[in-house]
Design a protein around this ligand. Structure first.
Ligand SMILES: *Cc1c(COP(=O)(O)O)cnc(C)c1O
Length: 401
């Protein structure tokens, strides 16, 4: 098999894998630092990081050694027994996030499912009713499982799979009045991303986030922040909500939490943890196993010790400045927005061709919707990586004008 060409692999893949993605026409082989290599040895500067996952870059020795050691020791136990990596990862996550109780999952979508169940159970224990409502946001993205899909504010993703879980209402992001208009005595949770990812790299305004916190406090509604993409250092803080001086009741994380191994988490305050899910209410076979938890504990240790989020803040500022420069040079670019190393350039046309031209020239970029290029590089990038990226991007935009 090793002497197959890239094109042959792609043809084979298209016969065997269910076609749920329009994939870029490269077959990736290995990574080193902030670079990826395809099976023909071509090098790419990576500004996607596996969609905001590989925060530490590829081939971090300390991280890799931790995984290798854990493989030789113990991969899996089930959650009927304690394991040391899960105990340590839970303590590390609590310290990093400021939350009190954690449940480890296999993915982001599953973390969202857990958050929804937590909110419904919390409300059920208060009034014994089963008709509680959740307020979510238009243009949100929370994942592809049925519960997560039901609160995802993109009708195009949901339509063919209706009916969803029901009793979901959608408000407009950064429009507090639209949220207030939907609150009833049945509302059990308001869920949002602190910075919308797929929906267009939009940070919450301070007024919006604090306003939601206030509504939730007044009515004992749970404020759920989905930081699966924007958390874990990406926005210049351990978690993006920390910029706003508020705290959610329930917090979800995944993506960079494992830096490549499948792990997510839903976490909550002690108040919620002591009045919601109990033994028998929720479970998972793989979730929180020693392998993925050893990875997560190490990721958090490195992020805290090396202040990776501070680099994200500093490089995020530099990236924003460079993107603003490019924006001023091209009339097809309408806006630059984002927070830290989670940035977007909004065009007045589809960005597919620009991304493909960049790829030909050794730069990996991804879109968010049809008309936005998203920049979510590893958090360890340097100024010179950003300079190199900007050069390739500038040429790609120019050649597709
Ligand atoms: C990616 C993402 C999810 C879903 O995570 P998966 O691991 O793909 O299931 C949920 N919410 C946000 C904000 C995301 O970016």
């Amino acid at each position: 098999m090793t002497d197959m060409t890239m094109q042959e692999y792609i043809e084979q893949a298209e016969k065997d894998l269910l076609h749920t993605y329009n994939r870029f026409q490269i077959v990736l082989d290995k990574g080193e630092g902030v670079h990826l290599y395809d099976i023909e040895g071509k090098e790419y500067l990576d500004f996607v990081a596996g969609i905001a996952v590989f925060a530490l870059g590829y081939g971090n020795k300390e991280y890799n050694d931790t995984l290798k050691n854990q493989i030789d020791k113990l991969l899996h136990t089930s959650n009927y027994y304690y394991n040391v990596p899960a105990i340590e990862a839970a303590r590390a996550f609590k310290k990093f996030s400021g939350m009190d109780r954690v449940f480890f999952t296999n993915s982001g979508a599953e973390a969202i499912e857990g958050a929804i169940k937590t909110a419904r159970k919390y409300a059920f224990l208060k009034d014994g009713k089963t008709d509680h409502e959740i307020i979510a946001m238009n243009h949100s993205f929370h994942g592809r499982t049925m519960g997560a899909l039901s609160i995802t504010g993109n009708p195009h993703y949901r339509e063919a799979f209706e009916p969803g879980i029901g009793n979901i209402k959608f408000a407009d992001y950064n429009d507090l009045e639209s949220v207030k208009a939907l609150v009833t005595d049945k509302t059990c949770a308001i869920i949002l991303e602190t910075v919308q990812g797929e929906g267009g790299l939009t940070p919450a305004t301070e007024e919006f986030l604090k306003g939601i916190r206030k509504i939730c406090d007044e009515k004992d509604i749970l404020m759920i922040l989905d930081e699966i993409q924007c958390g874990m250092g990406r926005c210049g803080y351990p978690f993006a909500f920390m910029k706003y001086g508020i705290k959610p009741d329930v917090l979800t994380s995944a993506k960079a939490l494992g830096c490549g191994v499948p792990i997510g988490v839903f976490s909550m305050t002690e108040k919620v943890g002591s009045a919601s899910l109990v033994a028998g209410d929720h479970g998972t076979t793989y979730g929180g196993n020693p392998f993925v938890c050893a990875a997560a504990a190490k990721v958090i240790e490195i992020m805290e010790r090396d202040k990776i989020y501070e680099n994200a803040a500093e490089m995020g500022e530099y990236l924003a400045q460079k993107l603003d420069e490019i924006k001023s040079e091209f009339s097809c670019i309408k806006e630059r927005r984002g927070m830290g190393l989670m940035q977007g350039l909004v065009f007045d046309k589809p960005v597919k061709d620009i991304i493909n031209t960049a790829l030909d020239n050794g730069l990996i970029l991804i879109n968010a919707g049809n008309e936005i290029i998203r920049f979510v590089p590893p958090l360890v990038i340097t100024r010179s990586d950003i300079d190199k990226m900007t050069d390739i991007l500038r040429k790609a935009v120019a050649s597709n004008e």
